[in-house]
Design a protein around this ligand. Sequence first.
Ligand code: PMP
Length: 287
Amino acid sequence: MSRIAYVNGQYVRHSDAAVHVEDRGFQFADGVYEVCEVRHGMIVDLTRHLNRLDRSLGELRMAAPMGRAALTFVIREVLRRNRVKNGIFYLQVTRGAARRDHYFPAEGTPPTITITAKSTDPSAAAKKYASGIKVITLPENRWDRVDIKTVGLLPNVLAKQQAKEAGAQDAIFIDRSGIVMEAASSNVWIVTRDGELVTRPAEHGILKGITRTTLIDVAKKLGLKVVEREFKAEEMLAAREVFFTSATGICVPIVQIDNKPVANGHPGTVSSSIRDTFFDVAEKTAI
Ligand code: PMP
């Protein structure tokens, strides 16, 4: 079966899917995106993802490419055409194609919208949950508006590559005063020695993850106390558990940071109980 992508109003073969050479996403990273998980034929937390897309577009003063109902229809159609039961869809909107110029293009330039989907192997995720992952820390070097989900991900790309070359899987950005910001494509959580579930506030300085928001609902259901406060790298290294949240990984245990084990070096129980309850609590939209 060949993969199908949606590009500016058309469903095309994935191998033929393309945007204009002067697309502003390509030339200026002038675009935003969303990644949403699909599990057992259900789109996870679609409303929250589309709300964040609206916010990202608004912050960049970009027009929405279509209304919510039409967009939902197209997303479901792309997933259906690719027969995705477990996987993701990726949606990107840019300020469109125009002769290269930093100023915004002329009023009425249509935005570019692309949607792709792919299946993923649930057993690969299960392996990650069972073993946990190793990470490194790096100085924060991103711009001030990482709360907007733009496709400008160069520091994140370089951070992940550096992690890979160091024998780890991911990287955590730490600011100048030692405060933990977020990982290259996930939010960071710790479980303190007192059993508190801590994550930093997400109003500024990090992306407000959808999984992070839903996890707060999950924690309530499980009777766990969530504290939104900043924490430093030392506190993270001394934590009982450290885990990452993201739509693609849900809740991934971190077992090693900068070659030092987290607690006993094995995944903890809090992250696994959160994972077990996550999909009961999350919003599910049938494909
Ligand atoms: N932070 C960054 C930098 C990310 O790229 C992501 C994933 N897109 C997240 C956090 C987690 O967000 P979400 O839970 O919405 O996937």
